[in-house]
Design a protein around this ligand. Structure first.
Ligand code: ADP
Ligand code: ASP
Ligand code: MG
Length: 410
């Protein structure tokens, strides 16, 4: 059987880790499986490369930044191939380009547009274990791009789809997807399984255990994803899929949080048609995603418009807002860069009253102020101060009884 696996940064953090991963892959190879293995950069390599670039330039060219960051995954891939050869096994490591991964031209957040799997099939046919550098691809002009932080997950799911693997296995430093980040809530429970829809919402609201684009691809191409520990052989893990779930769906499935949010407010904006287009079009053109938007009811023909972006996008956002402030006649532009968001997620939230009230009460009881609120089909999100977000996650986890097992097969 063809298996597509991905090992994250913490699983390949050192030479020892790489040897351990190689031993694991060698066992699977000897059991008769063909293997395509996607790797992340070793440990904190990507963060270190970003730091390094900052020490050289405050505003590096996007193409240079992506070329720089793509090197992390090349290192871990080549080392893993060497480690496998030490086991006497055929193994070859490939860059994103060599693996046929094509993307659009959006540096630092490129999307995979196509996979040409010819080389992959050739190498598998030759009996090689194929190691693919995650998180990267090339444009039609042969520029190297990266897929956004955490993007190696997306490489793995895209390869599983292109190679028609029955499942995409994501190995990481936790034993699966939990009801909240186990680093913040030690009592968080591993979920046996979760729907694509719920996992996409968790990932999009900040649960970095899976890259949101990876879940989206899994959903579109119907590739089930197994998230499991790279340290233990048989932890069970969490299955992300589109079938009937084992657990009772009629409740909150998990809490996600994102500690890196910034809010921008345009004060005293004239209340007239076209303003929203004028404010948000330049951001869209710059590839900046706006998350929560709130417009306060206008008085005397004026209103305030607030919206959130990721903290990393704040400088570019402010630059654009200051450029249009006079044109739109806004009195001032202000920003808060110390916010976070916390979300409750579950298919059971759809049309079910009572969840919002329970969420607000739990935050009130923990004396946490809510800065902004937004609702979606299967989630409810509150923006809170960054220094209270961990408390907020814990309070909500308790309030929705997520530490209590609820996984009786129906
Ligand atoms: P990798 O390097 O393997 O890609 P990541 O650091 O990207 O690993 O993702 C794993 C981390 O995600 C965990 O260590 C955990 O702290 C965090 N995490 C956040 N939310 C969750 C969740 N709901 N379930 C499990 N892990 C989570
Ligand atoms: N190395 C990249 C990052 O740290 C991609 C990944 O690990 O998935 O974001
Ligand atoms: Mg990751």
């Amino acid at each position: 059987m063809l298996r597509v696996q991905k090992y994250g940064g913490s699983s390949v953090a050192s030479a020892d880790h790489i040897r351990r991963v190689a031993a694991r892959i060698a066992r699977e190879r000897r059991a008769g499986h063909d293997l395509v293995v996607v790797v992340s950069a070793m440990g904190q390599t990507t963060d270190q490369l970003i730091e390094l670039s900052r020490s050289i330039s405050r505003n590096p060219a996007p193409r240079e930044m992506d070329l720089l960051l793509s090197t992390g995954e090349l290192v871990s891939g080549a080392l893993l191939a060497m480690a496998l050869r030490e086991h006497g096994l055929g193994a070859v490591s490939l860059s994103g380009f060599q693996a046929g991964i094509r993307t659009d031209t959006d540096f630092s957040r490129a999307r995979i547009t196509q996979i040409e799997p010819g080389r992959l099939h050739d190498e598998i046919g030759r009996g090689n274990i194929v190691i693919v550098a995650g998180f990267q691809g090339t444009t039609d002009d042969l520029e190297v791009t990266t897929l956004g932080r955490g993007g190696s997950d997306t490489t793995a799911v895209a390869l599983a789809a292109a190679l028609r693997a029955p499942v995409c296995e994501i190995y990481t430093d936790v034993d699966g997807v939990h009801t909240a980040d186990p680093r913040i809530v030690p009592a968080a429970r591993r979920l046996i399984d979760i729907s694509y829809e719920e996992m996409l919402e968790m990932a999009s609201e900040g649960a970095k255990v899976m890259h949101n684009r990876a879940v989206e691809l899994g959903w579109v191409y119907d590739v089930p994803i197994l998230v499991a520990s790279s340290l233990t052989d048989d932890s069970g893990g969490t299955r992300i899929h589109g079938g009937t779930l084992m657990e009772n769906r009629n409740k909150v499935r998990g809490i996600a949080h994102d500690a890196g949010i910034a809010r921008v407010t345009l004060l005293g904006v004239p209340d007239r048609p076209g303003i929203a287009a004028q404010v948000f079009s330049p951001l869209a053109d710059a590839g900046i995603s706006v998350d929560i938007i709130v417009q306060n009811a206008g008085r005397h023909g004026m209103s305030d418009v607030s919206f959130t972006v990721t903290r990393a996008d704040l400088p570019a956002t402010l630059e654009r807002m200051r450029a249009i402030r006079e044109d739109i006649g806004a009195a001032d532009v202000t920003a808060d860069d110390n916010l976070a968001k916390v979300s409750i997620i579950g298919a059971g939230l759809t049309n079910a009253p009572g969840y919002a009230g329970a969420m607000f009460r739990a935050l009130r009881d923990a004396a946490i102020n809510i800065e902004m609120i937004t609702t979606a089909e299967i989630s409810l999100t509150c923006v809170v101060h960054q220094d209270r977000v961990d408390d907020a996650v814990r309070a909500l986890h308790r309030a929705f009884s997520l530490e209590t097992p609820d996984d009786m097969p129906r």
